[in-house]
Design a protein around this ligand. Structure first.
Ligand code: ZN
Length: 67
């Protein structure tokens, strides 16, 4: 099962393979609501609900690939 790192507690979070970008899950460790912001690599961001509208995904980070 794919995993990603929780941005809140740095623990591995198991992500259902059927999840797609924009889906939201909860970290089992810290309970934070996490949004799937990337699938390759799998990446999670804290779901912040501050009244912002959803924004287009324009992330283009240079994270290392883990193989
Ligand atoms: Zn967490």
């Amino acid at each position: 099962m794919p995993t990603a790192i929780c941005p809140e507690c740095d623990e591995q979070v198991y992500v259902d393979p059927e999840f797609v970008q924009g889906d939201v899950l909860s970290c089992e460790e810290c309970g934070e609501a996490l949004e799937v912001v990337g699938l390759d690599p799998l990446e999670l961001d804290p779901l912040v609900d501050d009244g912002f509208d959803e924004f287009d995904d324009d992330e283009d980070d240079g994270l290392d690939d883990f193989d």
